[in-house]
Design a protein around this ligand. Structure first.
Ligand code: HEC
Ligand code: HEC
Length: 507
């Protein structure tokens, strides 16, 4: 480990998630909204529409505050937090993309200058020149998205870069284009949602022509988004998609995003066809909230798609470089880290050593007993042998975890630390919960992740018991049975019943 770890007991992932969600929401809105602003300004000056112009003028102040204050603060906030939480990957990204970052910075500078000039010159510049300034604002905001999008896409699909090391391959990677198109559509949708919201709260009442226009900004890109997202997913290597499919909460994120999209579409249709009879304020507010949740979930899911990596094929999610793994596994994490206070696990220092290993290798995604995937109670409910077995085989489990970056003795120390740091969960020994504890971490029954149902098809409970007695003959990656005999027979019956649904009633 080249860098020390900033340990946050309640889970550092929260901090990134909150700041990043706010930032992407604002930045995408600033782009789409910027375009909408100049286009509406053109409409206003074509029709000599002073009322519209006045409204746009007040709105441009909101843009100014949004980009200059919130956008810049959260943008810098992301840098600050990722460099504390993932210093190794951040440093790789900075070195590789140094010119892209520099270019992005210039665009951001242009964007902030343009919005300042735009806001302060409504009545000083002639309308055409003023709109040009607006176009510069939109153009530079969009180009900074183009730069960042390439880097985000790179982390998920580094593509040919892994072999060539070339910046060109890194930037123009397989998901760059589909992701840019999807983000562009999101920019339009958010612009439409925000404008609708703004219109609903104008003192003179919403103008029907502008309401319809905002609805089109929402509806048309929303209708094309599913196809673009399909294109995006197709460009992601199947093994990355499989990992995501095996974790229940990733599926929840995907469902939240899809639900939000469908609900926004329905509400937009309701506003459109009711011709202003629905309560626009409530509708617009709900649609905006749905946009925030849906987009937030989709971004979170995208971050998780690259697990177990931060940069696929290069850096694991706990900051361990892929190239450093063999040395860590043979020499030990404590011995090779310059930040550990103990250099090897002994009987006396086991809990301290375990804590330091937990902080370095697991705390990026887990907590000991807080809300974010707590490991303490879970491992405290297992017998010590099985808990250590699991800790050493993180890469075999569902969840897209990096391989354990240390020796088997170090995994034992982590399991020991976690087991003593928490109280066991209330456990029951019915078949389903035994399966969840003992098998479900690495298998599903019928899903796509090492499904077991076909193994027990047509078998009887006695056959299942003999399978459980002899797990290691199937794969040396499986633990010996260390549970009780009661648990074993409950599990055997459950496995057989699940795999032979027709006989469920009979048993
Ligand atoms: C990149 C993030 C990440 C890292 C790093 C990570 N894990 Fe996990 N871990 C997960 C996810 C995600 C799950 C699945 C949670 C779920 O299914 O809800 C998981 C599940 C587990 C489980 C199974 C819990 C259960 O449901 O029974 C164990 C045990 C575990 N991790 C141990 C570890 C240990 C030990 C380390 C450090 C050596 C570690 N993990 C590092 C993300 C991670
Ligand atoms: C630490 C992870 C892990 C745990 C826990 C685990 N397995 Fe496995 N299991 C594996 C791996 C790895 C394989 C090898 C096959 C593969 O890679 O698909 C395997 C293979 C199997 C096979 C052979 C599958 C086949 O298609 O031939 C059976 C049966 C099986 N496991 C049953 C179980 C049962 C029952 C439990 C719970 C008591 C269990 N396993 C717990 C990792 C695990």
């Amino acid at each position: 480990m080249t860098y020390p770890v900033w340990y946050v007991p309640f889970g550092s992932a929260w901090i990134i998630a909150v700041i990043a969600t706010v930032h992407v929401f604002i930045s995408h809105f600033a782009i789409g909204g910027g375009l909408m602003l100049v286009l509406l300004e053109a409409t206003a000056s074509r029709h000599d529409d002073e009322a519209l112009k006045g409204w746009l003028k007040r709105r441009s102040r909101f843009f100014l505050l949004l980009t200059l204050v919130l956008g810049a603060l959260t943008g810098v906030g992301i840098w600050f937090t990722i460099s504390l939480i993932s210093p190794a990957a951040t440093s790789t990204l900075i070195r590789l993309f140094v010119w892209v970052w520099a270019i992005e910075w210039v665009f951001f500078l242009a964007e902030t200058m343009a919005i300042l000039v735009y806001y302060y010159t409504w009545d000083r510049l002639d309308p055409f020149a003023h709109r040009i300034v607006g176009w510069i604002y939109f153009g530079s905001a969009y180009l900074s998205l183009v730069a960042i999008n390439g880097i985000l896409a790179f982390q998920l699909t580094p593509g040919r870069w892994l072999a060539s090391g070339s910046l060109w391959d890194a930037f123009f990677n397989p998901t760059n284009l589909p992701s840019l198109v999807a983000r562009t559509l999101v920019c339009f949708i958010l612009a439409g949602l925000f404008t609708l919201f703004g219109l609903a709260f104008t003192k003179t009442g919403p103008r029907p022509d502008l309401v319809r226009r905002s609805l089109l900004w929402v509806g048309i890109p929303l209708a094309s988004l599913p196809l673009v997202l399909f294109w995006y997913f197709k460009a992601i290597p199947p093994e990355q998609r499989l990992i995501a499919a095996a974790v229940p909460y990733f599926n929840h994120l995907a469902l939240t995003a899809l639900f939000a999209m469908a609900a926004i579409a329905l509400l937009a249709a309701a506003v459109w066809f009711s011709r202003g009879k629905v309560a626009l304020r409530q509708f617009a507010a709900i649609m905006l909230l749905l946009g925030l949740f849906g987009f937030g979930s989709a971004e979170w899911l995208r971050e998780d798609l690259r697990l177990p990596y931060l940069i696929v094929g290069n850096t694991y999610a706990n900051g361990v470089a892929v190239s450093a793994l063999p040395e860590l596994r043979s020499q030990g994490l404590l011995a090779t880290s310059q930040w550990s206070s103990v250099k090897a696990v002994t009987r006396q220092n086991e809990a301290q050593a375990g804590k330091e290993i937990f902080v370095m290798a697991c705390s990026q995604c887990h907590t000991v007993r807080s809300r974010l995937i707590p490991l303490g109670p879970r491992l405290a409910s297992l017998d010590e042998g099985f808990a250590s077995w699991l800790a050493y085989r993180t890469d075999l489990m569902r969840g897209g975890m990096p391989p354990f970056p240390g020796t088997a003795a170090e995994a034992e120390a982590v399991a020991h630390y976690l087991r003593v740091a928490a109280l066991p969960e209330a456990i029951s020994s019915d078949g389903a919960s035994v399966f969840r504890r003992r098998c479900g971490v690495c298998h599903t029954m019928s899903g796509s992740f090492r499904p077991l149902a076909r193994v027990f098809e047509g078998e009887k409970a006695e056959d299942a018991v003999s399978v459980l007695n002899d797990l290691q003959s199937f794969s040396s990656d499986m633990p010996k049975w260390t549970g009780s005999e009661t648990e074993k027979s409950a599990l055997a019956q459950w496995l057989v019943a699940q795999s032979n649904p027709a006989k469920k009633g009979a048993s």
